[in-house]
Design a binder for this molecule. Sequence first.
Ligand code: NAP
Ligand code: ZN
Ligand code: ZN
Length: 346
Amino acid sequence: MFATKGYATHAADQPLKPFSFERRDPTPRDVQIEILFCGICHSDLHIARNEWGGTTYPCVPGHEIVGRVVKVGREVKKFKEGDLAGVGCMVDSCRTCPSCEEGLEQFCDGMVLTYNSEDRHTGGITYGGYSTSIVVDHDFVLRISDKLDLAATAPLLCAGITTYSPLRHWKVSKGQKVGVVGLGGLGHMAVKLANAFGAEVVLFTTSPGKTADAKRLGAHEVVLSRDEGAMKQHASSFNFIIDTVGAKHDLNAYLDLLKRDGTLTLVGIAPEPALVGAFPLIRRRRSLAGSLIGGIAETQEMLDFCAERGITSDIELIAIDKINQAYERMLKSDVKYRFVIDMKTL
Ligand code: NAP
Ligand code: ZN
Ligand code: ZN
């Protein structure tokens, strides 16, 4: 075991503060990474504050990790010391169930999350990327291009794959009209990616001040979702809508905007259940769906796609002692468009 510095929260109503803990020494299959940057996902806040239930404290969040390999186990062929590497939301899975066999490890019942999961190696819980180093099985470590800004690449490990995967699964492509609900970390990646896939992109926002940014990021049109008239103008016109809002809001208003056979996919995780009427669904055989991050192979595919197209996140780089302020700003939808921690400030 070796000593690692991080930031943890010790209770749902406590701020994050410095925390020292131990990581395992790398096994023959492991990669040890010096963390350089870690993105701040709204899931970190939901979990730090136990908004979904099931948080174990102390909790070290962080699952948008990029850094440099400092050590590899003897069975590791894909990485060597000095390589750039990334870790997203998962660090292990059962590897034998149908989901694992299909490369959909995110749906494996034995999937181990990067933080707040049982740690099979230490018997404790996993600690995430708000820390100076991490040790991860090589099958769950991603290759990172040196062509892109490294700090702006970190959010691809969650916000990037969580939006890429459903856009691919529902075959978003040229000629389709695609809606993105919410311009935060996930939403701004959804706008960039849907635009890169050739779709006509409409952003729905509650923040009038984000209109110009949304257009710069790749939205062809911006609709203020609290303007009922503006919403109605888009009735029954969308092939696909991805909803990134993690708070209570009306889903029926978005279902009404789908064409026949269109799909509204939730990626945002509001703590409380939503009320959905039967009529908006049955009228045009519309679907309401959900999507969870993406598998490891697809995450690599997304990283390679972004490297080729020069796609990264728009970030605000912060020192780690500003993390509690960043959480408060995220709660006010005041994020442009992902906070990333510069780990050398730890
Ligand atoms: P974020 O950066 O805070 O962005 C969320 C955006 O939603 C806000 O910027 C805001 O955009 C909009 N919004 C916030 N409150 C709202 C409200 N009450 N009504 C309507 N719109 C509201 O969060 P994020 O990191 O993108 O994460 C979004 C959600 O996705 C969270 O619940 C997170 O846990 C979840 N998530 C899910 C997965 C998955 O695998 N499914 C993965 C990662 C994250 P506007 O200002 O434009 O309205
Ligand atoms: Zn996340
Ligand atoms: Zn499995």
